[in-house]
Design a binder for this molecule. Structure first.
Ligand code: SAM
Ligand code: ZN
Length: 280
């Protein structure tokens, strides 16, 4: 039997819809639903800056790039893992996309899996991210919060998905149901190698430290791979890809000019898909 997953960030009592436009807890802490359909559950004292998380430019770059479908092989791989390797009571799962960005993955990975039904929640510390996710993906429930202090009930979530976002193993452990799963997607060794080589003299392969970080709180089940190449023939697309990576901030004017002259490039996409369960 599942609890109501969303809780009040101030008193941890369940948060329930009072009207279509408002949520409140029994102590009357009250949260209005924005016109896009999300709620902001990040207490002001947990904000480290005025606009924490990814900014508008990064969010729109992610949306533009992901909607071109370049990373869809990753989505197919994740869906297959959930469908074939995971089991859920009554073939139903409550999922949280933790650090959901503009929502593409929460929508595409965790809905419409043959044989399974789902209730999909997504959260991000960036208001721009959550606003864009809620506006577009109406069947999922989005809220602003930090993974450090999730307004999500203890043991209420059957699947936590974290893609290229910060992780907080203790908080993930608290909200995960007894038989639940955590999937953390992180950059594989050669992820975007050819793009990095346009910017840096030497390419430093990515290290996977996710299992180590998760180790005190979880049992590591497996790390699977999704590796494929994408062929980019438009400079605009390459620039969008650059803008959604941290490389953008260290690209010199000269290297940007080099990228702008790049008419045709094949880029390696290399993802680690690490899977965790509670320790026995
Ligand atoms: C690289 S983006 C990935 C977004 C999305 N998962 C995707 O792959 O498109 C990292 C995301 O983590 C969010 N983020 C950073 N710190 C966070 C925190 N403490 N709590 C929740 N989200 C956070 C950022 O705002 C950003 O949207
Ligand atoms: Zn409350």
């Amino acid at each position: 039997m599942h609890q109501q997953p969303i809780i009040c960030p101030y008193c941890q009592n369940p948060l329930l819809a009072t009207t279509t436009k408002n949520y409140a807890c029994e102590l009357n802490h009250s949260f209005d639903v924005s016109k896009e359909g999300y709620i902001n559950l990040l207490p002001v004292n947990q904000k480290k800056s005025k606009s924490p998380g990814d900014n508008e430019m990064m969010i729109s770059a992610r949306r533009a790039f992901l909607e071109l479908g370049f990373y869809d092989p990753l989505i197919e791989r994740l869906k297959t893992i959930i469908q074939e390797d995971f089991t859920f009571n009554d073939n139903h799962f409550v999922a949280l996309d933790a650090g959901c960005g503009e929502g593409y993955y929460s929508e595409k990975v965790m809905n419409n899996i043959p044989g399974l039904s789902s209730e999909v929640l997504g959260t991000d510390i960036s208001k721009y991210a959550v606003k864009n996710a809620a506006k577009k993906y109406k069947d999922n429930f989005y809220f602003v919060s930090s993974i450090i202090n999730l307004p999500v009930a203890t043991e209420s979530t059957d699947l936590i998905l974290s893609i290229f976002s910060p992780i907080h193993p203790e908080e993930f452990r608290r909200i995960l149901s007894k038989d639940g799963y955590v999937i953390v997607v992180s950059p594989g060794e050669n992820h975007l190698k050819e793009l990095a080589q346009l910017i840096y003299d030497t390419f430093k392969p990515h290290e996977n430290n996710v299992p180590e970080k998760m180790a005190p709180s979880f049992e590591h089940q497996a790390t699977k791979k999704a590796t494929f190449s994408i062929h980019i023939t438009e400079v605009e697309t390459l620039l969008i890809l650059l803008k959604m990576t941290p490389y953008y901030w260290s690209t010199s004017k000269e290297n940007l000019a080099k990228i702008e002259r790049c008419k045709d490039i094949t880029i390696t996409c290399d993802f680690n898909i690490s899977i965790f369960k509670h320790q026995p």
